[in-house]
Design a protein around this ligand. Structure first.
Ligand code: NAP
Length: 234
């Protein structure tokens, strides 16, 4: 199904999963706004890319306004910007703990708050949150990250209840390990053997495309998927 005529805003789209998602939505016909601290466009023709730190509500409001000014509307919000740091909880630097809460929790809420007035004007709106397996179960050495990702899943589920009948579908995507720059130097290293078995950013982007191209008579609440090499928990 084509996304022609629909406009998407993807947070954290200069690299990794967000960049793959922006490229994939654009290839399906959407016009795309790309938000990140750097403001870099990862090679999406015709996209609007500008600096936007999701910790700053005013920057998100400016990003939404610029996207609507350029493309005329907003139909899809992909809440993707996120950071992670792994390790024994007592060893986690306070700055890392605060950044995970500020970016993953507050940044997600601020993104929705900034975009929702425009999404409510659309006849076909979607909010897709890139949460994590860490938002579905507690994982060792991921205490603060799990707290932030459970918050995202809770936010998205609550939004679904609140917005379903107003035409906004809300979905959590919960991948296991994806090979990106994520958490590099904060619990992941380029040499770690697990990276080889991880999924790709494109795998997640295709899940987003699946969600936003479903017929409007139904909604996908959650997609969870993991590499076959990843341990089964619980
Ligand atoms: N990789 C995994 O294994 C995995 C698994 C499950 C879920 N996830 C989730 O997927 C999402 C994307 O992760 P990724 O793997 O693509 O990570 P990544 O490669 O590190 O990319 C993170 C993106 O977020 C942006 N970003 C970081 N802080 C930001 C901020 N304060 N404001 C705006 N943008 C910010 C970065 O751009 P700038 O540096 O330019 O700001 C970058 O574009 C995250 O929410 C993560 O929790 C990842």
């Amino acid at each position: 199904m084509s996304l022609h005529g629909r406009v998407a805003l993807v947070t954290g789209a200069s690299r990794g999963i967000g960049a793959a998602t922006a490229r994939t939505l654009a290839a399906a016909g959407a016009r795309v706004g790309i938000a990140s601290r750097s403001g870099e466009n990862p090679g999406v023709d015709g996209a609007l890319a500008q600096p936007c730190d999701v910790r700053d509500p005013a920057a998100l409001e400016a990003m939404v306004a610029a996207t609507v000014a350029r493309f005329g509307r907003l139909d899809i919000l992909v809440v993707n910007a996120g950071v992670g740091a792994y390790g024994p909880f007592l060893d986690l630097p306070a700055a890392d703990l605060e950044e995970m809460i500020d970016v993953n929790v507050k940044g997600a809420l601020y993104a929705v708050r900034a975009a929702l007035p425009e999404l409510l004007k659309s006849e076909a709106a979607d909010i897709v949150t890139i949460a994590s397996e860490a938002g579905r179960r507690g994982l060792p050495y991921e205490v603060a990250y799990c707290a932030s990702k459970f918050a995202q899943v809770g936010m998205t589920s609550a939004l679904d209840h609140e917005l379903r009948e107003r035409g906004v579908r809300c979905t959590s995507i919960c991948p296991g390990g994806v090979a990106t720059d994520f958490a590099m130097g904060h619990g992941r290293t380029p040499q770690m053997p697990q990276l080889a078995g991880m999924m790709s950013a494109q795998d997640v982007a295709e899940a987003v495309l699946f969600v936003v191209t479903r017929p409007r008579n139904h909604r996908i609440l959650e997609i969870a998927f993991r590499p076959v090499t990843e341990t089964s928990w619980g």
